[in-house]
Design a protein around this ligand. Structure first.
Ligand SMILES: C[S@@+](CC[C@H](N)C(=O)[O-])C[C@H]1O[C@@H](n2cnc3c(N)ncnc32)[C@H](O)[C@@H]1O
Length: 212
């Protein structure tokens, strides 16, 4: 099986800038909440420029951060050097994680399940590399509970959104996909960021799912 290619040089540069300004708009607090209490070995999938790295608690013994996009991976390497827990940055994609079965205590997926070509395949890989009872920590923008905003999400997903934003889909039902992949969603917080319905990616879900 050939693994997926991820080559979005323009989006990578755009995201590297935008993401830093979004941190002070509240994303940094959400990263703290997503990673709070984690222990042991962690694999982070689609790590981007490494904005989670500074938020890992000292109880995490190692992080394998997988990032397929070259520019973002270079920035992740710099972030890894500054982190207080040991982080190894590796090339790889969610459909074929560079890890053995049941080898991690936790998987982290933030703002990336919107962008993988096939959520079921990515989540099956996350399930494979997690030990039984291990946790998937997630922070994702998701499909809206408002019918009007869902219509907008469907429209942009069928037209401009994936092309403009590195394969991102605004309105995926990611919680349903997590449950369908064999995880038990134990905690979930829904919020809007920013607090508006004007932008298609404002509805978010942050939580913990346990590998059955
Ligand atoms: C919006 S960025 C989020 C980055 C980071 N997780 C964060 O929280 O800031 C989406 C990330 O998903 C990555 N990505 C896209 N397709 C992927 C795939 N098939 N496998 C793994 N990562 C992928 C992108 O390269 C990018 O780093």
């Amino acid at each position: 099986m050939r693994s997926q290619q991820v080559h979005h040089p323009l989006f990578a540069r755009f995201y590297a800038r935008l993401s830093i300004s979004m941190e002070s708009a509240g994303v940094d607090k959400r990263r703290d909440a997503m990673l709070a209490g984690l222990t042991g070995s962690v694999i982070e999938v689609g790590a981007g420029n490494g904005l989670n790295f500074a938020h890992y608690p000292g109880t995490v013994t190692s992080v394998l951060a997988v990032e397929p996009e070259q520019h973002l991976r270079g920035l992740a390497l710099i972030s890894a050097d500054e982190a207080k827990v040991p982080i190894t940055v590796a090339d790889g994609t969610a459909d074929r994680l560079p890890a053995d079965d049941r080898s991690f205590d936790a998987v982290v997926a933030s703002l990336m399940l919107c962008s993988v070509p096939d959520q079921a395949v990515a989540l099956a890989e996350m399930h494979r590399v997690l030990r039984p009872g291990g946790e998937l920590r997630f922070m994702e923008h998701v499909s809206s509970e408002s019918a009007g905003q869902r219509r907008v999400q469907r429209l942009v997903d069928a037209t401009i959104w994936p092309v403009c934003f590195g394969g991102c889909h605004a309105g995926r039902d990611t919680l349903a996909a997590i449950a369908a992949a064999g995880f038990r969603v134990e905690e979930v917080e829904h919020y809007r960021l920013p607090d508006s319905r004007l932008w298609p990616t404002t509805p978010h879900a942050l939580g913990v799912a346990v590998r059955a």
